[in-house]
Design a protein around this ligand. Structure first.
Ligand code: IPE
Ligand code: IPE
Ligand code: MG
Length: 248
C-alpha cells in the first residue's frame, strides 16, 4: 500500500460507484479525436481499480456505457466497444493476480458478440475471486433495470405466485442487476456535471454524492484519496438525527 493510501483516515465505503465522465471534453481541449479521450480514460480506470483494491474496498462499480450512449455516432460506439474488449483482455492477469472478480450490469444482449464473449470469458475465470468485485455498467440504464424488475414482479403477481400487497423492498431489489451487491455508499461523478444520468437510481437512494469538475482522464489517485477522506468525514444519518447516531 502506498504511503498516501496509508494516510487515509476514517471509515471507508464498502461500495464506490463512479460516473466516469469527461473523456470527450478532455480530447476536444487538445484538438484530439474523442476516442483518444476514451483511451486516456482507460488509464484512469486502471489506476482507480488498483487504488480501490489496495485500500481494501470490496466493491467498485464503474459506469462505462449507458443505454442512452447507443445514440452516439456509430464510429464512437464501435471505437468504445473495441477499446472495452482491449481493456478487458489487458486487465485479465491483473484481475486474477489481485483476487478481483469481474461483473457486468446492464442490457448485455445489446453488446457486440466479441465484447460479450470477452466479458463472459473474464467473468468466468475470475468468478472464484473474493477480494474485490469490479462491476462494469455496460449498456446500463436504471429506468430499464427498474422496469424489468417491475415486469418480473407483475408477472409473478398475475400468475398468483406473489401477493402485490406484500411486495417488499427486498423483493424488488432482488430483481435488479445488483441483487447480490450492497448499495453504493459513495457515488462520484467527474467532469462537473451535476446529474445522475440514469445510473443506479434505486441503489443510490442513500449514497453520499461527490461531484468534481476534473475530467475523467485527469482524475488522479490523490483526488480519489481526498474524496475518500471527505466521505469519511461525513455524517450519514439515514433520516435520523445526529444525536441519535451517537447513542448507538
Ligand atoms: C464518458 O465521457 C465516457 C462515456 C460516456 C462512454 P464522455 O464521452 O461522455 O465525455 P464528454 O462528456 O463528452 O466530455
Ligand atoms: C453518463 O455520461 C454515462 C457514462 C459515464 C457511461 P454521459 O456523458 O452519457 O451523460 P450525459 O449525457 O452528460 O448526461
Ligand atoms: Mg459525457
Amino acid at each position: 500500500m502506498s504511503s498516501r493510501a496509508a494516510s487515509l483516515s476514517g471509515a471507508l465505503p464498502r461500495h464506490v460507484a463512479i460516473i466516469m465522465d469527461g473523456n470527450g471534453r478532455w480530447a476536444k481541449k487538445r484538438l484530439l479525436n474523442r476516442v483518444r479521450g476514451h483511451e486516456k480514460g482507460a488509464e484512469t480506470v486502471r489506476m482507480v481499480v488498483r487504488a480501490t483494491r489496495e485500500l481494501g474496498i470490496g466493491h467498485l462499480t464503474l459506469y462505462a456505457f449507458s443505454t442512452e450512449n447507443w445514440q452516439r455516432p456509430a464510429s464512437e460506439v464501435s471505437a468504445l466497444m473495441i477499446l472495452l474488449t482491449r481493456f478487458l483482455n489487458s486487465e485479465k492477469s491483473e484481475l486474477l493476480e489481485n483476487g478481483i472478480r469481474l461483473e457486468a450490469i446492464g442490457d448485455l444482449s445489446r453488446l457486440p458478440e466479441k465484447v460479450l464473449n470477452t466479458l463472459d470469458h473474464i467473468r468466468g475465470v475470475t468468478a472464484g475471486n473474493r477480494d474485490m468485485v469490479l462491476t462494469l455498467a455496460l449498456s446500463y440504464g436504471a429506468r430499464e433495470e427498474i422496469l424489468s424488475a417491475v415486469r418480473g414482479l407483475a408477472a409473478d403477481a398475475a400468475a398468483g405466485r406473489l401477493d402485490p400487497a406484500g411486495i417488499t423492498e427486498a423483493d424488488f431489489a432482488s430483481r435488479l442487476y445488483t441483487a447480490k451487491t450492497p448499495d453504493p455508499d459513495l457515488l462520484i461523478r467527474t467532469s462537473g456535471e451535476m446529474r445522475i444520468s440514469n445510473f443506479l437510481l434505486w441503489q443510490a437512494a442513500y449514497a453520499e454524492l461527490f461531484f468534481t469538475p476534473t475530467l475523467w482522464p485527469d482524475f488522479s489517485k490523490e483526488e480519489y484519496l481526498s474524496i475518500l477522506n471527505d466521505y469519511a468525514a461525513r455524517e450519514r444519518r439515514f433520516g435520523r438525527t445526529g444525536d441519535q447516531l451517537t447513542e448507538f
